[in-house]
Ligand binder design. Structure first.
Ligand code: SAM
Length: 264
């Protein structure tokens, strides 16, 4: 079967890397695991062995057929043949579930953002992504990689870099390095951070990284110049700052103040 670049198909060929992913996620017999993009089954084979139950979602028709042939008789395995970006997530994710995957890089960010609002249900997310995406997700305020994605995910999860994986561990070899990251839901998720309008606020603030918040936040629905002093007072934020200077906690305060003003 010829790998399809359009589906981000880079298949793992290193059992060592598979073992490290399983160890980082600490997959055990009590775990219910969701694998996104099982592909030719490199990770799936080990997950089936270690987990209590595994549900895998694969978009590719030929690979889905192949996976059914190999794992169809395994009672602890379930295959969803479909697009993870279109599957209703609340039907897939069950309480305490672990997500373990080598994600298709072209849609990895979208997939993680779809999982984020379900953080309360999850035990952890351990995924391989492009190295740059991993650095962005795990960046802290003030780091050069700190971005909207860092804020959105650190508001809900504790995000830690796992280990780096070179192109030689895949077939075909990608042009980029990869990184396995681990996201564990925070015990104190920031209030409102799972909402769509929080996401809008964070993306609006970072839409123009070089601009001061007082300018970029004017792009928010209902926001006007004369509301800015009230926004600064209620949130305690310095609106002359650039978005990369604000920690996720400051964004959550900004969001609360914005909602208070708009809902008044
Ligand atoms: N897990 C396998 C491995 O490590 O060798 C394959 C990983 S490969 C990077 C990504 C897999 O995700 C491919 O099997 C691809 O067909 C699948 N995929 C791509 N887009 C998808 C989507 N939107 N929904 C579900 N699966 C998808």
């Amino acid at each position: 079967m010829r790998p399809k670049p359009s589906l981000g198909q880079h298949f793992l060929k290193s059992q060592g890397v598979v073992d490290r992913i399983i160890a980082l996620a600490a997959v055990g017999k009590n775990d219910h695991v969701l694998e996104i993009g099982p592909g030719t089954g490199a990770l799936t084979r080990s997950l089936v062995r270690h987990a209590g139950r595994l549900v895998a979602v694969e978009k590719d028709d030929a690979l889905a057929r192949q996976l059914r042939e190999e794992f169809g008789n395994t009672p602890s395995f379930g295959l969803v043949h479909g697009d993870i970006l279109e599957c209703p997530m609340d039907g897939l994710v069950t309480p305490g579930m672990k997500v373990v995957a080598n994600l298709p890089y072209n849609v990895a960010t979208q997939i993680i953002l779809r999982l984020a609002p379900l953080s309360r249900l999850l035990a952890c997310i351990v995924v391989m992504v492009q190295k740059e995406v991993g650095s962005r997700i795990c960046a802290k305020a003030g780091d050069s990689d700190y971005a909207a994605l860092s804020v959105l995910l650190s508001s809900l999860f504790s995000c830690t870099p796992g280990f780096l994986v070179g192109p030689e561990n895949f077939y075909p070899e990608p042009k980029v390095d990869s990184q396995v990251i681990k996201l564990v839901p925070r015990e104190d998720p920031l209030p409102g951070a799972d909402r769509g309008d929080y996401r809008t606020l964070v993306f609006t603030a970072f839409g123009q990284r070089r601009k001061m918040l007082r300018n970029s936040l004017l792009g928010l629905p209902g926001m006007t110049k004369n509301l800015l002093p009230e926004l600064a007072r209620l949130s305690g934020a310095n609106l002359d700052a650039r978005p990369q200077e604000l920690a996720p906690e400051a964004f959550a305060k900004l969001f609360r103040a914005y909602r208070q003003i708009i809902d008044a």
